[in-house]
Write a protein that binds this ligand. Sequence first.
Ligand code: SF4
Length: 339
Amino acid sequence: MMKEPKGFMNRNTFEKIIKDIIEEDLCFDKLTPFGLGESTLHPEFFEYMSEIFSMNKSRKYFRSIDLHTNAINLSDELIDLFIKHSDQLNTISFSIDAITEDTYLNIRNNRNFNQMIQNIRKFFIKRGNKRVPRANLQFIVMEENKHEAKAFKDYWSSFLSEHKIDFQINYDWNPPMVKDTIFFKRLNPIKHEEINKSESLHYNTMVDLGLIKTEKNNEIKEERAVKSNEYRGEPKRRYPCSGPFKYMMLNYSGELTVCCIDTLRELSLGNINDSSIINLWNSPLNHSYRLDHIKGDLSRLPRCINCNNLDSPDISIDELERYLKHFGHKDHLKCLEEL
Ligand code: SF4
């Protein structure tokens, strides 16, 4: 479990991030203003988001913005703000995970199930069948809720159809989510030894739902787009993770790490209140992470060794080559031939 206390990002840290981004003229593919907590609980969430939308006119600094929320605090004002800035806010993922109050209470220890459902319905009704902000209705498959997967799919399919909203149903990251999506997601456990268990639970639930066809049923066997347990047998050469190259993860206190999987910040690069974002990002420490990934030697990075996100196609050989050349690590170019 996390050792870090919970907290809210204070205004000084928020303004330091904005200042660094503007001064360095940084441009990101995406801003995701959430992490391990619920951003909408922040007393100044509306103000922070308004300021981000305002500084990011014409998507100068963030080409898109994605938000995850439990929707319990999704007020009319927030929905209106999101719809108004749908040129910037691309996707809202609603963490739902249940179709009954009891299961929701059991999973989240939260009694606001009905409020959450009403808010999500209100979002769709206000937004109508516009394509943005696109919504993900997310159900993470767990032992505690697997029996509700079908009812979840039926309820939201019926609601969206009734409101003439075009949607898709996904159980993996592929096919790309281009419409509103009912998304059955795998649990990403903190303990490495539980990864295979969550993988098979998700797989079996998807077979029961009929989303994955099996040979047993004399139907075409579908291949999973991302086989997260494919590599868990004999250790083999891993493809580098894009995290240290592309993903800045800032927590509420301003600590910077390289991915959202690093919940305990074992890969922390430091705090942006003590240095600039770009100095930390291009620090010798982050270069050492990147080179370890390129060399396929993760012995100094225990957090990365068993991570699901390795071998993702998020970073290309061309990008790795450009990185090595740009930062004067040409002697490592030969490592790319092994990938
Ligand atoms: S391998 Fe996993 S833990 Fe390591 S940087 Fe990538 S996403 Fe983070």
